[in-house]
Design a protein around this ligand. Structure first.
Ligand SMILES: C[S@@+](CC[C@H](N)C(=O)[O-])C[C@H]1O[C@@H](n2cnc3c(N)ncnc32)[C@H](O)[C@@H]1O
Length: 209
């Protein structure tokens, strides 16, 4: 798959706007995962955006790498970490082509899974399988089809199907994803630009065989 157009789209988005997922703090659902003891070992923050989860977890002492395929996102993540006084690691990398050697015990996907269509989702999950150690865990926080169109949405069934082979889906729970209303949402959400919203999401935990 040629990801170049998608990279340019996201890169341009970071350069010209403040995207609706940039909230200046980690997602509450990810904060709760950490408090619940569900993050361990070497951690990959996949599609890290401006790096809030990498910064949070690095600051708490975890060994974390944040990756994003948009160079502008990685630049902003590095600046964000510096501003927060955390020495965090970020790289430009494609989540669809994670290295074949399984290196990570925990992979955090906050709002990446839900952007993939039916054709790309299996390739993405295969890439996660390559990167995750046997017995390791992938956490997926994805906007739910119960939502009102804040962004791309998926059903619980879509998540279940995606992790049907090579994984045990240990949990699939309703959750929320925090974002900021922008001009693209005025029809779907009907709230003033800049309003913070907690949108319906799924929080899934898949263990790699
Ligand atoms: C909706 S944003 C979520 C960012 C962040 N995880 C958060 O929750 O704030 C999705 C991110 O995934 C990145 N992304 C999309 N496709 C990717 C891919 N194939 N490889 C790596 N990053 C990707 C985008 O550049 C964007 O930063």
């Amino acid at each position: 798959m040629d990801t170049t157009p998608a990279i340019s789209r996201f890169d341009e988005f970071y350069k010209t706007t403040t995207p609706p997922w940039v909230i200046g703090e980690p997602q509450p659902a990810v904060v709760e995962l950490e408090k619940g003891g569900l993050i361990r070992g070497k951690v990959l923050d996949v599609g890290c955006g401006t790096g809030e989860h990498t910064i949070l977890l690095t600051g708490l002492g975890y060994d974390v790498l944040g990756i994003d395929f948009a160079p502008a996102a990685v630049e902003q993540a590095r600046r964000n970490a510096e501003a927060k006084g955390v020495v965090a690691r970020f790289e430009v990398a494609d989540a669809m082509n994670l290295p074949g050697e399984p290196r990570y015990d925990t992979i955090v996907d906050s709002a990446l899974f839900h952007i993939f269509d039916d054709a790309d989702r299996p390739k993405y999950v295969a890439s996660l399988h390559n990167a995750c150690r046997p017995g390791g865990t992938v956490h997926v926080l994805a906007l739910s089809d119960q939502g009102r169109g804040f962004g791309p949405e998926v059903s619980g069934e879509t998540i279940r199907d995606a992790f049907a082979d090579g994984w045990e889906l240990e949990a699939l729970e309703p959750a929320t994803y925090r974002g900021v209303v922008t001009e693209v949402h005025t029809d779907a959400i009907g709230l003033p630009i800049g309003t913070r919203v907690d949108e319906p999401a799924w929080l899934a935990r898949a263990r790699r065989f």
